[in-house]
Write a new protein. Structure first.
Length: 279
C-alpha cells in the first residue's frame, strides 16, 4: 500500500476530513520525508519539536533518529489518532500535545525545551508562518535549527538576497541563516494544494552581543525603510525619522550605501551600518 492509499484509508477509518482552512494537505511522498530527515541531521540525543505532525508518518521517522520528539497538533481528531498510533508503534520517546503551537508557553517545563537545545521540524500553513517565526526566533531559548515545509513563494521570500529583500526576509535573516533545501511539487500532497512547496532550513545564529534595545532600533528603522516600497530609502527614512531627505541621504552615503537605494536593496549588515550612523 502506497502512502496515498494509506493516508486515505486512515482518514476514512477515523473520520478525518482534511481542512483547507487549517492547511491540512498531507504529504504522500516517501522521498520527501527522507529529505526532511536528512536536512534535520539529527542525533540520538537530540530533542525535536514537531509542529503539525498530521498522520504521524514523519513523527515515526523522527522517533527513530532523535532522542525525543515533542509533537504539537492542533486538530483534535489527528491528535487522538496520533496517540493511538504512537502507542501501537511503541514509540516511547514521543509525546503528543493537542494544542495551538502559537499559544504554548516555551518556558513551561512540560514542553521539556526550556533549558534544552532543540530543533524544530514543521509543516506550516501560510497564514501562521510570520507569527510562528517571530515567536521562535525572538524567544529566549531559540531552536538551533528549523526545518520547515512552506509554500514555495514564502520560502523564496525568506531566502531573498539584496535586490529582492522584504521585511519578512530581513526579520528572519537578522536572527538566522536560511536556505532552500528542496522544492516539493503540489502533486506530492493530498488533497493537492494550489501551489508548490519547498523545504527550508533555517540555522539560528550564535548568540551575539545584541540587547533588546538593539533589536528594537534595528526593526524600527527597517519598518520605516519598508513603509513605502516604491520610494527611495532616503525618503522613507526621512519621513520615519522626521529628518530632511537630504539628511537621510548623507546618512546612507556615510554608511557606504547608494543614496538612491531602496529598502529591498539592503542586507542585514547594511542596515547595521545605517544604525551606526545614528549612534
Amino acid at each position: 500500500m502506497n502512502l496515498l492509499e494509506k493516508t486515505k484509508e486512515i482518514c476514512h477509518l477515523h473520520g478525518i476530513y482534511p481542512s483547507r482552512s487549517k492547511g491540512q494537505n498531507f504529504l504522500i511522498a516517501e522521498n520527501v520525508y527522507d529529505e526532511i530527515i536528512l536536512a534535520a541531521d539529527l542525533a540520538k540525543d537530540d530533542t525535536v519539536l514537531e509542529v503539525g505532525p498530521g498522520l504521524g508518518f514523519l513523527t515515526a521517522k523522527l522517533a527513530k533518529v532523535a532522542g525525543k520528539v515533542l509533537a504539537v497538533e492542533l486538530d483534535d481528531k489527528l491528535a487522538a489518532y496520533l496517540r493511538d498510533a504512537i502507542i501501537a508503534n511503541e514509540a516511547d520517546n514521543v509525546k503528543i500535545f493537542n494544542e495551538n503551537i502559537l499559544d504554548i508557553d516555551l518556558k513551561n517545563t512540560k514542553y521539556e525545551i526550556r533549558n534544552t537545545k532543540y530543533e524544530i521540524v514543521a509543516n506550516l500553513p501560510y497564514n501562521i508562518t510570520s507569527v510562528f517565526l517571530r515567536k521562535f526566533l525572538t524567544s529566549e531559548n531559540k531552536p538551533e535549527l528549523l526545518v520547515l515545509m512552506l509554500q514555495k513563494e514564502v520560502a523564496e521570500r525568506i531566502c531573498a538576497k539584496p535586490g529582492d529583500m522584504s521585511l519578512l526576509a530581513l526579520s528572519v535573516q537578522f536572527f538566522a541563516e536560511p536556505e532552500i533545501v528542496a522544492y516539493v511539487p503540489k502533486e506530492d500532497f493530498w488533497p493537492m494544494p494550489a501551489v508548490d512547496s519547498a523545504i527550508i532550513k533555517i540555522r539560528t545564529r550564535n548568540k551575539e552581543q545584541r540587547t533588546s534595545d538593539d533589536e528594537k532600533a534595528f526593526f524600527r528603522l527597517a519598518k520605516f525603510g519598508f513603509s513605502a516600497k516604491r520610494k527611495m530609502l532616503k525618503n522613507n527614512l526621512g519621513g520615519g525619522l522626521h529628518i530632511a531627505p537630504a539628511e537621510a541621504e548623507k546618512m546612507l552615503v556615510a554608511a557606504g550605501l547608494n543614496p538612491k537605494a531602496r529598502a529591498e536593496d539592503l542586507s542585514v549588515e547594511d542596515w547595521g551600518k545605517i544604525i551606526e550612523q545614528r549612534t
